[in-house]
Design a protein around this ligand. Structure first.
Ligand code: NAI
Ligand code: NAD
Ligand code: ISE
Length: 336
C-alpha cells in the first residue's frame, strides 16, 4: 500500500523532502501540502506534487482522512503544535529539527507519545544515517579505545540577518548535540560557551563564531566551533580522540585536482548536498515504519534530550564562560 503523506511547511527543506518522496523513494506519495505562505505550497504543488490538495492550516491537513502520515518542515517554533496534533490523531509524524524550541515543549511531546503507548515520532537528525558518521562510530567502537575528547566544527558559508545568536544552538549546534549522544552512547552533564572576537562578517544580532564545550557523563570533553559566516564553504569536521588512537569523520568525496602547481579539492557550500544521501535514508526509514503505523530512528526522547541540552547552551551563551548543568529525568520505558 502506498503511504499518503501530508507536508506542513513548503520552504527549502519541505520542498527537498517532497522531491525525495515524489522522485527518489518508493512506497509513498505527497497528497497534501500546507504553508502559512500559500504561495510556497502552490509552488511545491506545481513543481513536484500536482495531485496534492492544498490545506489552509496544518491542523486541517493532519485531520484529513486521506493523510496517513505527516512531515513537519515549517519553522522550528511551529513544530510542537503540529507534532502534538499528529499524535492526537494517531498518525506517524516526521518532524524536522528541532522537535521543539524549548525543553518544556519537547517534554509535552514525549508525554503525549508515552500516553499514546507506542512510537509515532521521528526527528530529522539525519547525521545518524550518514555513512561517514556510521563509519566513525564503528571506528570508535573497534579501534580508538574509550573516547576522551571530541574536536568538532560546524561551519556555514553565511546566514541571513534574521539568524540571531541563540539560533547557533537551536538551528545549527543541535545536529552535533544529537549526533554526539549517539556516537558516544552518552549524555551531557554541562555546557559552556566561549567567544573569540566577533568575525567581521557577523551581523549586529549575532555573536559569530562561538565555541561550545560539552562535558558528558563518561567524562568526555567535546569542543565544537560554530561559525556560520565562515565564507569559504559548508564544512563539518569531527575528530574523536581515544585511549589508543584517533578517528576523523571522512571528508565528502571530491576530485583530487593537480593543476598549475596546486593540489586542490572542492569544498561543498550547501547543507542539502553535504547530507543528501542521509536525508534519503532517514525518510526511507520513516516511510517503512509509518506504513506499519509506527516510527523508528531518532525519537521524541532524543529530541527532548537535545532540547534540554540546547536550553543549557543558550543559557551558557549568557553566562560569561561559566558551566551550566544539564540534567535529564529518567527515560520512559517506551524509549529503552
Ligand atoms: P524555510 O523558511 O525555507 O521554510 C519553512 C516554510 O515553513 C516556509 O515556507 C514557511 O512559510 C512555512 N511555515 C512556517 N510556519 C508555518 C506554519 N505554522 N505552518 C505551515 N507552514 C509554515 O525553512 P527551512 O530551511 O526549510 O527549514 C524548515 C525546518 O527544517 C526548520 O525546522 C529547520 O531547522 C529544518 N531544517 C533542517 C535541516 C537539516 O539538515 N535537517 C536543514 C534545513 C532546515
Ligand atoms: P524555510 O524558511 O525555507 O521554510 C519554512 C517554511 O515553513 C516556509 O515556507 C514557511 O512559510 C513555512 N511555515 C512557517 N510557519 C509555518 C506554519 N506554522 N505552518 C505551515 N508552514 C509554515 O526553512 P527551512 O530551511 O526549510 O527549514 C525548515 C525546518 O527544517 C526548520 O525546522 C529547520 O531547522 C529544518 N532544517 C533542517 C535541516 C537539516 O539539515 N536537518 C536543514 C534545513 C532546515
Ligand atoms: C540548518 O537549519 C540546518 O539544519 C543545517 O544542517 C545547518 O548546517 C544550518 O546551520 C541550519 O541553519
Amino acid at each position: 500500500m502506498t503511504l499518503n503523506i501530508g507536508v506542513i511547511g513548503c520552504g527549502m527543506i519541505g520542498r527537498d523532502h517532497t522531491r525525495r518522496i515524489q522522485q527518489v523513494l518508493s512506497g509513498a506519495q505527497v497528497v497534501a501540502l500546507s504553508d502559512v505562505n500559500r504561495a510556497n505550497a502552490e509552488t511545491v504543488r506545481r513543481d513536484l506534487a500536482p495531485d496534492a490538495t492544498l490545506f489552509d492550516t496544518g491542523e486541517a491537513l493532519i485531520a484529513a482522512p486521506e493523510v496517513h502520515a505527516v512531515l513537519v518542515t515549517s519553522w522550528g517554533a511551529t513544530h510542537e503544535p503540529y507534532v502534538l496534533a499528529a499524535i492526537a490523531a494517531g498518525k506517524p509524524v516526521f518532524c524536522e529539527k528541532p522537535l521543539a524550541t524549548t525543553s518544556e515543549g519537547a517534554r509535552r511531546i514525549v508525554e503525549a507519545e508515552v500516553a499514546h503507548g507506542s512510537r509515532l515520532v521521528q526527528v530529522g537528525f539525519m547525521r545518524r544515517y550518514d555513512a561517514g558518521y556510521i563509519a566513525l562510530k564503528a571506528a570508535v567502537q573497534q579501534h580508538t579505545g574509550a573516547p576522551i575528547m571530541v574536536h568538532a566544527a560546524h561551519r556555514n558559508p553565511a546566514v541571513p540577518e534574521a539568524y540571531v545568536t541563540p539560533m547557533a544552538i537551536h538551528d545549527t549546534l543541535i545536529h552535533e548535540i544529537d549526533v554526539f549522544r549517539w556516537l558516544l552512547d552518552d549524555d551531557y552533564v554541562s555546557a559552556r560557551v566561549l567567544y573569540p572576537r566577533k568575525a567581521s562578517r557577523s551581523h549586529s544580532q549575532l555573536r559569530d563564531p562561538q565555541v561550545v564545550v560539552l562535558e558528558t557523563q563518561k567524562g568526555v570533553l567535546i569542543d565544537v566551533e560554530v561559525f556560520v559566516n565562515c565564507a569559504y564553504g559548508y564544512d563539518i569536521q569531527c575528530e574523536v580522540v581515544g585511549e589508543e588512537g584517533t578517528a576523523r569523520l571522512p571528508e565528502p568525496m571530491a576530485i583530487d585536482l593537480r593543476l598549475g602547481a596546486l593540489r586542490q579539492n572542492a569544498i561543498l557550500t550547501d547543507w542539502k548536498d553535504r547530507f543528501v544521501a542521509s536525508y534519503d535514508v532517514e525518510l526511507n526509514d520513516f516511510i517503512a515504519a509509518a506504513s506499519k503505523g509506527g516510527a523508528t530512528g531518532p525519537s521524541a526522547w532524543d529530541g527532548y534530550a537535545a532540547a534540554v541540552t540546547s536550553d543549557a547552551c543558550v543559557q551558557a551563551q549568557e553566562s560569561d564562560g561559566q558551566a551550566v548543568a544539564i540534567v535529564l529525568p529518567v527515560r520512559p520505558a517506551l524509549y529503552n
